[in-house]
Design a protein around this ligand. Structure first.
Ligand code: NOJ
Length: 756
């Protein structure tokens, strides 16, 4: 009787809701009324579905399992029997690492044809910098200081992923990272909260669009929160910090992701102040949901629920599940805590069914928003996959983003751009011909065969009249110096040496913390031998973190920071070396002189004894300079820019007034070029100490040779606020220093007063 009822009522309900939804989508012109109607339609559909589900089926929605670990170019084609059975028993709501239009269709078919409730599966994947078309690693892209480029890159990555059945990416990673030992610094936007916040929004928007087309995918802001502050830069390590630091430094990119519409969040592995995030109700519920109004769902990190047994705040998996769901973790990635224990936890009253309902509701909401109830195969078109993956447009976008990601660190006597009529170029170094390292970490289905190496890029760029002499010199991290002789010989025969050094692609990313940030292996020694030849040397760096390259920075004639640029590496690097593209990137993170300076970041506090070379009893090291090797925001161009003094619209403003800050920037160099004009502020006296400088705005401008442009920034009370001594987010009256310039150190300075 009950079964017969379900059989009749469910299709009717679905049909009615689909009809309504379709009507609204077709009519949708973007006005708010229709959107909220659409939302209320979805909510009533969720009510209907929820009311028909058993507790077991609800718990199944909260369970996410993986196909393998998602690395490497293999695409799955076989569904293990265990998974087939679990789908049929409605024990899986989502998979990660299942890819391919046909493969996801096969899985989806079981879910919607062979289960009672016919609820579609949600397919998640780590699209961190591309699915198969590997774009530059996130830290590189951010070096463009161009949110539109970052948005566009995310949009293409989403498009490609959507064509292979993926609905949802575990990106963007918006963790602030001030410690380059931490390998995951490569996945984020660097050390600065303001820049990280702008890039967080750009990535969410690029990935999700408005989610009405099947060419966008759901974003997941991760890892919430504080993960980047792991003690000693050691991945997964303990974190402890004040609520003020959380709110000022680590929260804003996440809050901005919520405001930009990010539909999901991932909680982080770490604890803060003794509470692992997987059980952190204060952060996941009180702040994320109640304070910020997030109404998407939270997924755990991989087995982060289970790992609370190791953390020592959960006795077993059941206890861990109880803590997690009550804290606000809706979906369990891979620990199987929920699927094996949640029904019991509800039946025994340790978890209320209302909490489970709420989590299910949030997950169903995303499935509805993606249109999967209308058409569970929306993302499973083989023909769309075939015409999308690695198509020309995608590859062109990857090249454009790669060019913009490059940062020029040094260019003595304008060695760069190189002339195209050079007779002989020596290309030396373990990364010059590497096919795999430029893919970086999290390259997913990226294929090293698709990578253009530096040598290949140069061959395409140069005519046969230029001889390229290639020598590897040494391996990336080996100890052998056998290759030095050949490298030195070839360097000696050349007009210029391009020395390509750096890290393995696998030395940054998850679980890739390093205790040293030097070039690995004998690369420094190789560089030294090459410098001794007296030839002009251009060092090209490939790396996933800031490196301390003191000797190279002294002795190389030019240094090009290329990070890991993905498949178009060699083309983009050749374009920069030969001036087809004038570099415009700026560092999103400080380059320390040595690992001992870490953490070193531009927006530090002044301390009671600011570092002073002439005062021993000041905050500094006795054996190291106080400054970094390259500061935050630093990067050169083939042209030069001069800045006028800063003009203010007023010396004093009150809380309701806006201040206009302007400078004239002139391209006084030899060629057209782009500059990132940066604005920093300092609140000089406040109820709690404030950083010596905080980025509050930047503008990337293009100036023709000889051109001058007035660049203006508007500052209002909002930009002057901080968490004061009473933990209120307010501004305080008093003096503010203003800095505008080409990086965080080379600035013009003035000040104004905020009056109340
Ligand atoms: C663990 C990582 O911390 C997270 O970033 C990733 O999304 C998941 N694994 C899934 O692969």
């Amino acid at each position: 009787m009950k079964a017969a009822f379900f059989k009749t009522i469910y299709p009717i309900l679905l049909f009615a809701a689909m009809f309504l939804l379709l009507g609204f989508v077709v009519n949708e012109t973007g006005d708010k009324k229709n959107v909220s109607n659409l939302n209320s339609v979805i909510e009533s559909k969720i009510d209907s579905v929820l009311s028909l589900m058993t507790l077991e089926e609800k718990v199944g929605q909260l369970n996410q399992l993986s196909f393998g670990i998602g690395w490497g170019p293999t695409v799955q084609s076989v569904v293990p029997d265990e998974y087939k059975v679990m789908i049929k028993e409605s024990k899986i709501g989502s998979f990660l690492n299942a890819v391919g239009a046909d493969f996801t269709r096969d899985l989806q078919r079981i879910a919607v044809e062979e289960t009672r409730m016919k609820i579609p599966l949600l397919f998640g994947y780590d699209v961190i910098h591309g699915f198969k078309t590997t774009f530059p690693v996130p830290l590189a892209e951010v070096s463009s200081w161009d949110p539109e480029v970052v948005r566009m890159s995310a949009m293409y990555q989403a498009l490609e992923a959507s064509s292979v059945g993926i609905h949802w990416t575990f990106a963007p990673m918006v963790d602030i990272a001030r410690d380059p030992r931490w390998g995951r610094i490569v996945e984020g936007a660097g050390e600065d909260t303001y820049l990280g916040t702008i890039m967080s929004v750009a990535r969410v928007k690029g990935l999700q669009g408005d989610l009405t087309s099947n060419k966008n995918i759901v974003a997941c802001a991760k890892h919430f929160v504080g993960y980047g502050d792991a003690e000693g830069g050691r991945d997964y390590n303990t974190v402890d910090m004040s609520e003020r630091t959380l709110r000022e430094v680590y929260f804003p990119p996440f809050k901005a992701a919520v405001d930009a519409g990010a539909e999901t969040f991932m909680c982080s592995f770490n604890e803060i102040a003794g509470v692992p995030l997987s059980a952190n109700k204060y952060i996941l519920t009180d702040i994320l949901r109640n304070e910020w109004g997030f109404n998407g769902f939270v997924v755990s990190d991989w087995n982060s629920i289970g790992e609370m047994i190791n953390h020592g705040n959960a006795a077993d998996l059941k206890h861990a599940g109880q803590l997690s769901i009550n804290a606000g973790v809706d979906m369990d990635m891979e620990s199987r805590s929920y699927i094996n224990n949640m029904v019991d936890l509800v039946k025994s009253g340790q978890v209320s069914e209302a909490i489970v309902n709420e989590s299910v509701r949030r997950i169903l909401r995303i499935k509805f928003k993606l249109g999967l109830f209308d058409d569970p195969y929306r993302y499973c078109s083989k023909s769309f996959e075939e015409k999308t993956v690695m198509n020309e447009e995608m590859q062109n976008a990857a090249l454009e983003v790669s060019q913009k990601s490059i940062v020029l660190l040094k260019n003595e006597q304008d060695l760069l751009p190189l002339k195209k009529d050079l007779k002989t170029i020596a290309v030396i170094g373990p990364l010059a011909e590497s096919k795999s390292d430029p893919l970086g970490s999290w390259y997913q289905q990226g294929d090293s065969n698709d990578v253009v190496t530096v040598v290949e890029g140069l061959r395409t760029e140069l005519s046969n009249n230029t001889k390229i002499l290639y020598s590897t010199g040494c391996t990336i991290d080996g100890t052998s110096k056998e290759g030095f002789k050949d490298a030195v010989e070839k360097a000696s025969q050349s007009d210029v040496v391009i020395l390509v050094l750096g890290e393995k692609g696998s030395m940054s990313g998850e679980a890739r913390s390093r205790s040293s940030i030097e070039l690995p292996g004998v690369q420094n020694e190789l560089a030294e031998e090459i410098f001794k030849t007296g030839k002009p040397v251009v060092v090209v760096l490939m790396n996933g973190r800031p490196l301390s390259i003191n000797n190279i920075s002294k002795k190389a004639d030019a240094i090009v920071e290329a990070w890991f640029l993905g498949i178009k590496s060699g083309d983009a690097i050749a374009d920069v070396l030969f001036g087809n593209y004038n570099p415009s990137g700026k560092l999103p993170v400080t380059f320390p002189r040595s690992v001992g300076q870490i953490p070193i970041y531009y927006n530090h506090k002044n301390t009671g004894r600011p570092g002073d070379l002439n005062n021993n009893y000041s905050s500094k090291y006795v054996d190291l300079e106080m400054t970094p090797l390259y500061p935050f925001g630093y990067g050169l161009s083939y042209t030069t820019f001069s800045y006028s003094d800063i003009k203010l619209s007023s010396q004093k403003i009150n809380k309701n007034q806006k201040l206009t800050i302007s400078v004239d920037v002139t391209n006084n160099g030899k060629t057209d070029g782009e500059e990132v004009v940066q604005l920093y502020l300092r609140d000089v006296v406040a109820s709690v100490t404030r950083p010596v400088k905080e980025l509050k705005g930047f503008k990337k401008i293009f100036l023709k040779k000889g051109e001058t442009q007035t660049v203006t920034f508007k500052i209002s009370n909002e930009e002057l606020k901080f968490w004061n001594i009473d933990m209120q987010f307010v501004s305080e009256p008093g003096k503010f220093d203003v800095f505008v310039g080409t990086n965080s150190v080379d600035v013009k300075t003035t000040s104004f007063e905020l009056i109340y």
